[in-house]
Design a protein around this ligand. Structure first.
Ligand code: FAD
Length: 418
């Protein structure tokens, strides 16, 4: 059986659904297919931080030394990596190491800033226009610090943001406790990224999926793409076990699975999965007032209405998505060290997700160099929710042959122009 389709979107996570929404807004008919659930993937259980303040890529000077130091801490390390001779993994590690320099950071900052601001503005507009109920809050992201060294790095980051016209407030101990009464007394300072926001990503994405469907979009869960037919530099058919699609255009938004999905297309996508974990609990007695990031431990804390979510760890460890009880216990210990949380947590869900990570830390957004009707949108690493609505808008612009609202050169699939 062959299904007709205007735009076929592979992957129903934050990126795929955002693309579907903006394509639909532009008048296109959309079909989204996912190998598992739609509005889930690596997107539903994440921290829910919308962070236009996050302008520095993962591949930055000093990160390798920091990561090696973390590996020595077997109890509380925020980082882990597998030992493997997989050639794609080894090549990715080498490219990552080569990209950890100031030139990479300087080149990435304007790109992250443009996409981050577009996306944050789109979140505010979209949520207001659609009337979504998803614990959306514009109270910013507050970093908490317990050591002068880490607070010093935070202050440096605040200065960097000021240089780029983005808001960040440095708070001393008194100011940080006034702004966040849940902070423990030994938190010595903070930096408040006041332009940031947060929401419940699962609720946001489920409502987005419902709205797309109400407007005629077709969503297929449990329908993995198994292959493609290509002719004349175009994707003619997308193959699944439940029938084929003959779309006008295809959007690849399969997150960390993207390289696997396109392996027969001759398209090289250097994306590695970076796993992280979350747990979601009933609201504790003292609820934080805003989204938090625990500076030294890189653990995120997000109030989601009557729930609290905590997330952490970055592990270069393959495509497994089994939550680790050991690492979740470490993440919970970190939270108890920074905020007043004296009672046992009433945990409702544990989760693991995969950040699709490129070696230079910058997403891949653009038309395939080999297939005129295939748009790739992946590699958003730790920012796939945050950059979703901005990415969705530019994907729709590319699909409609319009010039994109932001300069996409730094996101190109052609590494020589990034
Ligand atoms: C612990 C943690 C915390 C995070 N916190 C934040 C945060 O606060 N803010 C933020 O912006 N980002 C955060 N992230 C990152 C964010 O979750 C990811 O960047 C984002 O989920 C990537 O979205 P995606 O749509 O590209 O991929 P996914 O959400 O993974 O979607 C890809 C989809 O493709 C589907 N798929 C795979 N193979 C196939 C196939 N063969 N056929 C069809 N479909 C297929 C998958 O089932 C999946 O649903 C966090 C990540 C983790 C792990």
């Amino acid at each position: 059986m062959t299904h007709k389709a205007d735009v076929l979107i592979i992957g129903g996570g934050a990126i795929g659904l955002s693309a579907a929404y903006y394509l639909q807004q532009s008048g296109r008919a959309v079909t989204v297919i996912d190998s598992r659930e739609v509005a889930a993937g690596s997107s539903a259980g994440n921290a829910g931080h919308i962070v236009p303040s996050h302008i520095v890529p993962l591949a930055a000077p000093g990160i390798i030394g920091t990561a090696l130091g973390w590996l020595l801490d077997t109890q509380n390390s925020p980082f882990g990596m597998r030992v493997s001779l997989d050639p794609a993994y080894l090549a990715w590690l080498m490219r990552f190491a080569a990209a950890c320099n100031q030139a990479n950071v300087d080149g990435a900052i304007p790109a992250f800033k443009a996409l981050g601001l577009l996306s944050a503005a789109n979140f505010a507009r979209l949520i207001a226009a659609e009337g979504f109920d998803c614990a959306y809050s514009e109270t910013g992201l507050l970093f908490l610090y317990k050591t002068q060294t880490a607070w010093g790095s935070g202050k440096h980051e605040a200065e960097l943001l000021h240089q780029h016209g983005l808001p960040a407030e440095v708070l001393d101990s008194a100011a940080v406790h006034e702004r966040e009464p849940a902070a423990r007394p030994d938190v010595i300072g903070g930096v408040h990224f006041t332009g940031d926001a947060s929401l419940d990503p699962g609720r946001f994405l489920r409502q987005l999926a419902e709205r797309i469907q109400e407007r005629g979009g077709v969503l297929h869960a449990h329908m993995p793409v198994t292959g493609f037919e290509v002719a004349g530099g175009r994707v003619m058919r997308v193959l699944t076990a439940s029938g084929d699609f003959a779309p006008e255009q295809v959007v690849l938004a399969a997150g960390a699975w993207s390289p696997r999905v396109v392996r027969d297309l001759g398209l090289s996508l250097p994306v590695q999965p970076a796993r992280g974990y979350s747990l979601t609990a009933r609201a504790p007695r003292v609820m934080p007032r805003q989204a938090l990031l625990l500076g030294e431990r890189r653990v995120a804390v997000t109030p989601l209405g009557d729930r609290l979510r905590i997330t952490g760890r970055l592990e270069l460890s393959g495509l497994d998505t089994t939550p680790s009880a050991r690492h979740l216990a470490g993440i919970e210990r970190a939270v108890r060290a920074y905020i007043v949380l004296d009672e046992p947590l009433s945990v409702e869900a544990t989760w693991a997700g995969l950040r699709p990570t490129t070696p230079d830390g910058v997403p891949l957004i653009g038309v395939s160099p080999r297939h005129a009707n295939l748009i790739v949108a992946t590699g958003h690493a730790m920012l796939g929710l945050s950059l979703g609505p901005g990415t969705g808008q530019v994907v729709a612009e590319l699909a409609n042959g319009r010039s994109p609202s932001i300069d996409l050169r730094r996101f190109s699939l052609d590494w020589s122009v990034r």
